[in-house]
Design a binder for this molecule. Structure first.
Ligand code: HEM
Length: 456
């Protein structure tokens, strides 16, 4: 009789990656060209790359199975990581930056604001606000559409989640947010605890902006407490909530942390995705014509799009998907390994940083034919079903998946539909737009366009 013995698994090995670098060398390279550095590492070393980064061992994961392992199947072994924890100097223990029970409690509390029925109510506000923006554009006017999208999404988040019109505060919010974005610089992230007292101009501006957001959010909370509940929006839900165990209401700080997180996470990302949509459409007239044909067919002359139209706008959705693929606003997602583990047969020690990058994986030729090309029709075709789930993950995945994903899809499609039905935007120059990869993937210097009323 022949006995076959199961082969013992191979002991985990060190993952491939670049050798020694001078202390800080890679941090500086990342500061100079973060997307280029990550793409270069993936192209040179493959699906998992090990390197030293910011004094830690880091791994770049570029395979959908590894991404799924970290975000979903073994998610409890991966915490949010040091960069996000340092953002607590601004966001406190909001949904984005909390962990464990605190995160589960916050998620339970905030979730009802994103239920399907609520999104259907928000959809009307989204279309109405887009129409208001479209009414203000003028034939031949030159403007930065990235800024216009930012203002529009901020007004929408203000009205839908907080029941207020933030129009009067928009410039101030945008510039205060820029000051807080110093935290996207890896060097400033290391200095985050010092920003509270450093006497430098950057640190001073950072503190002023954080104070501005405190005043804004506490002002909204106070006004709501004085005037009573509105129509069951996010602020009402937070103020009416009680701790499941003690029955006590949440602290003001807790409400502030959740509200500020949603105000900030809820507008800048979608605005960037839309800014890239306009840039891509202007550079691809055939796709733009296909979009216009769909909008004319479905919406006719003067009707605003609504929730019921979403299923009838597959090409509009594909344009938004393709923009999220090529220019994912959350271009990098970080985690930290809690315990030693094995990924793809390679050993990952406790404390290591895991870097997952939609920017890198979503441009991988194995999953997307002609990966660098803007081809919205790829989302309509069969190839869509053949792709591994985590080859496209602009909203992350697992228990920390973006809570606003449905909000963002609805908003992206409705805003694009409302505005592109009436307006065609032409670039002001042929120069390519460079990336400003900060907390989100912004177009550097904006996206300057000239507006033209569409002739139908
Ligand atoms: C195109 C638009 C958006 C993109 C690409 C995006 C992307 C993401 C990603 C990738 C994550 C997961 C981060 C991680 O796992 O570390 C996330 C989390 C989150 N997003 Fe979004 N997001 C968008 C829009 C929104 C909107 C509209 C809202 C709210 C109105 C929002 C609120 C949040 C919050 C609160 C979290 C933290 C969720 C948690 O940890 O439980 N996002 N987002």
């Amino acid at each position: 009789m022949i006995h076959t013995l199961a082969r013992p698994p191979l002991p985990p090995r060190r993952a491939p990656g670049p050798g020694y670098s001078f202390p800080g060398q890679r941090l500086l390279a990342f500061r100079r060209d973060p997307t280029g550095l990550l793409m270069g590492l993936a192209q040179t070393y493959g699906d998992i790359v090990q390197f030293r980064f910011g004094g830690r061992t880091a791994f770049l994961l570029n395979h959908p199975d590894f991404i799924q392992q970290v975000l979903v199947t073994e998610q409890s072994n991966f915490s949010k990581g040091p960069t996000l924890h340092r953002m607590r100097v601004v966001l406190g223990h909001g949904l984005l930056t909390s962990e464990g029970d605190a995160h589960a409690q916050a998620r339970r509390l905030v979730q009802p604001a994103f239920h399907h029925e609520r999104i259907a109510v928000y959809a009307e506000t989204m279309a109405a606000e887009a129409a208001r923006t479209g009414d203000l554009w003028q034939e031949g006017a030159h403007f930065d559409v990235a800024q216009a999208m930012n203002h529009l999404t901020l007004r929408i988040v203000g009205r839908t989640l907080f029941g207020v019109d933030l129009s009067g505060q928009i410039e101030k919010i945008a510039s205060a947010l820029d000051d807080l974005f110093v935290l996207s610089d890896p060097v400033h992230v290391l200095l985050a605890p010092l920003l509270a007292w450093l006497p430098t101009p950057t640190a001073r501006r950072f503190r002023q902006s954080r104070d501005f957001f405190d005043r804004l959010i506490y002002g909204l909370i106070d006004a709501r407490q004085q005037n009573g509940p509105a129509q069951g929006d996010l602020l009402d839900m937070l103020l009416a909530s009680v701790d499941a165990e003690t029955g006590a209401p949440p602290s003001r700080q807790f409400i502030r942390d959740q509200a500020l997180t949603l105000l900030l996470a809820g507008h800048e990302t979608t605005a960037n995705a839309l800014a890239w949509c306009w840039h891509l459409l202007a550079a691809h007239p055939a796709s733009e014509a296909q979009l216009h044909a769909e909008l004319d067919r479905v919406l006719g002359e003067g009707r605003l799009p609504g929730m019921a139209d979403l299923g009838n706008l597959p090409f509009t959705r594909s344009v938004f998907s393709e923009s999220l693929r090529l220019y994912p606003p959350a271009w990098v997602i970080g985690r930290s390994a809690v315990d030693d583990c094995v990924i793809g047969g390679y050993s990952v020690p406790a404390g290591a940083t895991l870097i997952l990058s939609p920017w890198v994986t979503q441009r991988d030729r194995r999953y997307f034919a002609n990966a660098d090309e803007f081809r919205p029709e790829r989302w309509l075709a069969e190839e869509r079903n053949e792709r591994p789930k985590f080859a496209f993950f602009p909203f992350g995945g697992g228990p920390r998946v973006c809570i606003g994903a449905q909000f963002a899809w609805t908003e992206g499609i409705l805003l694009l539909a409302s505005l592109a039905r009436r307006w065609q935007l032409r670039p002001q120059s042929d120069s390519p737009i460079s990336l400003a990869p900060r907390v989100t993937l912004r177009p550097k210097g904006g996206v300057w366009m000239e507006a033209h009323q569409r002739e139908k």
